[in-house]
Design a protein around this ligand. Structure first.
Ligand code: ADP
Ligand code: MG
Length: 615
């Protein structure tokens, strides 16, 4: 085989239920299939007693008989805090999720072994890599991997880590809806609004994309992290179990092996109902005769209709968020295996008043789009550029616990911002940079992303060091924070370490809270800022007073000392208005002092308004 090797980049859809890879070849994008022709690799890992493990279809087949050693839906755990996982998943997962002592992040426990979600995902990715290499006939080391649009920094970083563990370099992390739109070629020369409706195995996502000159922006997302094909399987399974209980006694326990079989059969019936009006099945439980079960498409549709109506409500919410009406939508794209259900297609068509795109296989479009992006990166296609937006503002803590935002929400990635800060205490030899994400004014209401220290500073008076803080969010949404003290040329940085992740509902809540609390946040923040201002005025003034060359009279000194004492008292209180007034009045007075002062340095000292970092 001689497709070019070495710098080949594949596209990977790392799904909650299924994963798969694709590549752009001479004849366009195509899926890389397994030896037996199968394209979809179930994202399931089953650990065996002998220390080995199975991945894919074979692992999925064990999920009912060995639920505690079979890990499915690990994507729900990526970059997540244990508490979050417990709250959202309850005991739905079947396997054990714990946290280690040194971190609050979720881990999977199998027997006495702990695995990070990244490690489990890596096992799935390794199988995807193996299938791709087998299909191409050579090694693959680089990939573009897709993630849901609402994944935050830590979830994206966790996905990159999973790739690295699997021996793949994730050249780029691309949003799933963006990849789907790319697969349909909705990028070139067109301006417009695209809605991507993605109904998979366990999750529903709808995204509104705005395209301008080949650049994508995710304008809004909505969805339900527990709505998908599995729910439809359960509807059928419940009916099968009902039929079984009519034959055996209502209280009889059904062996897990039989339950396993019934679940897989239910999914099979569901798939058949996408093609025909009814489907049936004979269940052999080793009784005298097999039990017959029949279900019509009409019955199935009635059973799933309420859940589908929920997806439509999400679509309306996303459109509203993006500020567009259904008739302003130019294209609708269907993604996810569950959109093969005819009723889904009909309802979406009715809602948007246009026929959605279904030409490509709905469970393959995301991988195909990822392959197109991979092709761009390996130099095959040069006209595309992909941009996405930052879901929540990013910044650092300043003295008093205020949050200084450097990169604001909805900025397009890649994004870069630089701001100057200084110290709040004399002779600080180290400065801590605390990185947060959120929309509130105080860091205690934001999400910590990481922290690092700039050490070894030569002691300088407070306010003198010039610390340049730079935020860089790369095209994949990965954040690098750098701090540089300009006088000493000391430098330190971090790539944001994964902490717990967020769902899009939580992002929404965060934004809603920031609006609700805006008034009280503003007051709290103003108080902190005024206290800082008073503190800075006092230190600067005391320094000037101490200078031997300053010709102050005793009366002047006493007057200033009295003012400073009053500022100090007001700073300890909560009266924002009085403190503001006192600061302003004292500021005016020291302005005159500054005019008396010799040398620009002293003037600058008194006028310095720079934000200070905590000590
Ligand atoms: P994910 O994105 O969550 O990894 P997929 O897009 O692969 O998942 O969708 C998997 C879901 O699609 C499963 O619930 C599967 O039963 C369902 N599905 C696949 N084909 C059909 C079909 N013909 N009719 C109905 N549902 C289907
Ligand atoms: Mg998917």
């Amino acid at each position: 085989m001689s497709e070019k090797t070495g710098d080949v980049v594949i596209g990977i859809d790392l799904g909650t239920t299924n994963s798969l890879a694709a590549i752009v070849g001479k004849d366009g994008p195509r899926i890389l299939t397994r030896e037996d022709g199968a394209a979809l690799i179930p994202s399931v890992v089953s650990f065996l007693d002998d220390g080995g493990h199975l991945v894919g279809e074979e692992a999925r087949a064990r999920s009912v008989t060995h639920p505690r050693s079979t890990v499915h839906s690990v994507k729900r755990l990526m970059g997540q805090h244990l508490e979050e996982v417990r709250r959202r998943e309850g005991d739905r997962l079947g396997y054990e999720v714990v946290a280690t002592e040194d971190s609050e992040l979720a881990r999977v426990r199998i027997g006495d072994k702990l695995y990070t979600p990244q490690e489990i995902s890596a096992l799935v990715l390794r199988e995807v890599k193996r299938v791709a290499e087998q299909a191409l006939g050579h090694e693959v080391e680089q990939a573009v991997i897709t993630v849901p649009a609402y994944f935050d920094d830590s979830q994206r970083q966790a996905t990159r880590d999973a790739a690295r563990i699997a021996g793949l370099q994730a050249l780029r992390i691309v949003n799933e809806p963006t990849a789907a739109a790319l697969a349909y070629g909705l990028d070139t020369s067109r301006e417009g609004t695209v809605v991507v409706y993605d109904l998979g195995g366990g999750t529903f996502d709808v995204s509104v994309l705005k395209i301008t000159q080949g650049v994508y922006k995710v304008a809004a997302t909505a969805g339900d992290t527990h709505l998908g094909g599995d729910d439809f399987d359960h509807e059928i399974m419940d009916r099968i179990l009902h039929a079984v209980r009519d034959h055996v006694s209502a209280t009889a326990t059904i062996p897990v092996e039989a339950l396993q079989q019934i679940r897989l059969s239910a999914e099979g019936l569901k798939r058949q109902l996408s093609e025909r009006q009814d489907a049936h099945l004979e269940i052999d439980l080793g009784l005298d005769e097999p039990i017959a079960f029949r279900i019509t498409r009409q019955e199935f549709e009635a059973a799933v209709r309420p859940r589908l109506d929920e997806t439509l409500a999400c679509c309306r919410a996303a459109l509203k968020d993006a500020g567009v009406t259904p008739d302003q939508v130019d294209e609708v794209v269907l993604v996810g295996g569950s959109t093969r259900i005819p009723l889904v297609r009909a309802l979406v068509e009715e809602m948007f008043g246009r026929t959605p795109h279904t030409e490509l296989d709905p469970d393959r479009v995301v991988a195909l789009g990822a392959a197109i992006q991979a092709d761009v990166l390996s130099g095959g296609n040069k006209d595309l550029l992909l941009l996405d937006v930052i879901p929540l503002s990013l910044g650092i803590e300043t003295v008093g616990g205020a949050f200084a935002k450097l990169v604001t929400r909805n900025s397009t990635v890649p994004a870069r911002a630089t701001e100057m800060f200084s110290t709040s205490v004399d002779d600080q030899t180290s400065i801590e940079i605390n990185v947060f994400q959120g929309e509130r004014e105080l860091v205690r209401d934001c999400r910590p992303l990481g922290a690092f220290k700039l050490r070894g500073l030569p002691g300088m008076p407070a306010g003198l060091p010039r610390v340049e803080v730079t935020f860089l969010v790369d095209a994949d949404g990965v954040l690098t924070v750098k701090a540089r003290e300009q006088r000493s040329e000391l430098e330190a940085s971090i790539d944001v370490v994964p902490s717990h992740g967020l769902t899009r509902d939580e992002v929404k809540d965060i934004i809603r809270d920031s609006i609700k609390e805006a008034r009280s946040d503003f007051a709290a923040r103003e108080l902190i800022e005024l206290r800082n201002k008073a503190h800075n005025l006092a230190t600067g003034t005391r320094r000037v007073l101490a200078m031997p060359e300053m010709p102050f009279t005793d009366a002047q000194r006493k007057d200033i000392e009295d003012d400073l004492a009053r500022l100090d008292t007001l700073s300890k209180g909560e009266d924002v208005a009085a403190l503001r007034e006192a600061c302003d009045a004292f500021g005016d007075k020291t302005q005159a002092l500054a005019d008396q002062a010799i040398g620009e340095a002293i003037k600058a000292e008194l006028n310095r308004e720079q934000s200070r970092l905590p000590s």
